[in-house]
Design a protein around this ligand. Structure first.
Ligand code: SAM
Length: 271
């Protein structure tokens, strides 16, 4: 196998292949990261070069999901960016309830990764339900990576992923998690109103839904402006007229020509 980095032609072909299958705009600067991620797979398949692996991805559709899993970044944790969750708990939920009593709150975790974001939301919904009988919710969680969605479905967490919730909300850990072989597993009650599905954000969500709250966090950063615009356009038909969209801390969509109105950092409303 090639030692010490990709040959330039292989790197260009790899970047093109990442873009073809995920839309993600990688640059040559990611070469070391990509090599670290691809190496074990190339070795496991007993291939002689990275180029041979790229050829396999092109020719063998069954390899594409593995390739997507390898090139996507799935970092996440429970209650990531606390001010977002403060907003959801203290402002969004009470306001939504006062305006939509009797309806079901529909939430989309649009790049759900291993599920920490969607289960953080489920915890806030379960807590809200205790003080607001009649409240109901549904969380639709999607990601391009089937492998990461399998982890979300399993719902077992350990390490950095649960450190914050363990220190800030030991009561919630006791209530919503059970010790498991690999750390902590979310209780079934948190999974009750959750559906998980594979979805590429660059394509339309089918069927389109009328979500009240959309988490599109820490995924736009992987795309160039043109692709970001496409992602936001594809999400638009799934947003209710009053919907709120939440993006990541280092993401802003204000500069893009879209129908989303800035409310405050990370929070956008529909026009
Ligand atoms: C860093 S994680 C974000 C997790 C969570 N939203 C958060 O903020 O903690 C980014 C996720 O985006 C997913 N992703 C990357 N490209 C995608 C695409 N084209 N469509 C859908 N999901 C994608 C990755 O698989 C990864 O799980």
């Amino acid at each position: 196998m090639d030692a010490g980095g990709f040959p330039p032609a292989t790197l260009s072909a790899l970047i093109a292949l990442v873009r073809k299958h995920t839309g993600i705009a990688m640059t040559e600067r990611k070469s070391v990261l990509l090599e670290r991620r691809l190496r074990p797979r190339v070795q496991a398949l007993n291939l002689s070069s990275y180029q041979a692996y790229l050829d396999k991805v092109e020719q063998d559709r069954a390899e594409v999901p593995h390739f997507i899993d390898l090139v996507t970044t799935n970092d996440t944790l429970f209650f990531r960016t606390p001010q977002v969750w403060d907003y959801v708990e203290k402002e969004f939920l009470p306001k939504w309830w006062s305006e939509h009593q009797g309806q079901k709150l529909k939430i989309w975790s649009a790049a759900a990764s291993s599920g920490e974001e969607l289960y953080s939301m489920a915890i806030l919904c379960e807590e809200f339900l205790e003080s607001h009988p009649g409240f109901s919710y549904q969380i639709h969680a999607t990601d391009i990576s089937r492998q990461i969605l399998a982890l979300a479905r399993d719902g077992q967490y350990t390490g950095r992923s649960v450190e914050r919730i363990q220190s800030t909300h030991p009561d919630w850990v006791k209530k919503y998690f059970r010790p498991s072989a690999n750390g902590l597993r979310v209780v079934d009650a948190l999974k009750r109103n959750v559906e998980l599905a594979q979805h590429n954000l660059l394509t339309p969500l089918k069927p389109a839904r009328q979500f009240d709250l959309v988490f599109l966090r820490n995924v736009l950063i992987y795309f160039d402006q043109e692709q970001q615009q496409i992602i936001l356009q594809q999400a638009r038909p799934s947003m209710a007229p009053h919907a709120i969209m939440i993006v990541g801390e280092s993401e802003s969509i204000s500069g893009l020509n879209t129908a989303y109105q800035f409310d405050r950092p990370m929070i956008y409303r529909m026009e």
